[in-house]
Design a protein around this ligand. Structure first.
Ligand SMILES: Cc1cc2nc3c(=O)[nH]c(=O)nc-3n(C[C@H](O)[C@H](O)[C@H](O)COP(=O)(O)O)c2cc1C
Length: 146
């Protein structure tokens, strides 16, 4: 079931984000495609993180930024998924340089999501830039196209 389910869910095309936070002055990020909008009033968004990941522990009760990646940032996506890219200088404060959008959140609630934890953030600040999104579909990075 697990393999078939993953394959089935992979048919749902998503954008790609990197969720970043800062702990004692040290910046951390993890690549996430489980990002979704939740509510406008109050403004809430959600990310789902694997319980076993370090990222999941880091996000507990912490402010975070959802950085929506542009089509030319697959190296950044891989970098924050454990495949480091040499010479990448991605940081601009707690945000990532050259992202398509930044969504700055305060922790709101967390919920049980089975082997994942669902973190809801209350949106405090948003920023949108020119460009096209990076897309994740059936296990591969794509571009939106014409
Ligand atoms: C395109 C893509 C999307 C991903 N989406 C998620 C996600 O939504 N949730 C998650 O927990 N991990 C996701 N991952 C895996 C994490 O980025 C990361 O590799 C893994 O959690 C290792 O985390 P750790 O170093 O914090 O333990 C994704 C990886 C890729 C390449």
């Amino acid at each position: 079931m697990t393999r078939e389910l993953r394959d089935c869910l992979g048919h749902f095309a998503t954008g790609v984000t990197v969720v970043t936070c800062e702990i004692n002055g040290e910046k951390h990020g993890t690549t996430v495609n489980s990002f979704t909008a939740v509510s406008l009033a109050p403004p809430l968004v959600l990310v789902s993180l694997d319980r076993r990941s370090k990222a999941c522990q880091r996000l507990d009760n912490r402010p975070f930024v959802v950085n929506v990646l542009k089509e030319n940032q697959s190296d950044v996506a891989l970098h924050f998924a454990g495949i480091p890219a040499a010479g990448l200088v991605p940081w601009n404060g707690m945000k990532l340089r050259d992202a398509l959008a930044h969504i700055v959140c305060e922790p709101w609630r967390k919920y049980d999501g089975g082997d994942h934890v669902l973190y809801l953030g209350e949106v405090k600040e948003i920023e949108v830039h020119q460009g096209e999104p990076l897309v994740f579909y059936r296990g591969a990075f794509r571009e939106v196209g014409a």
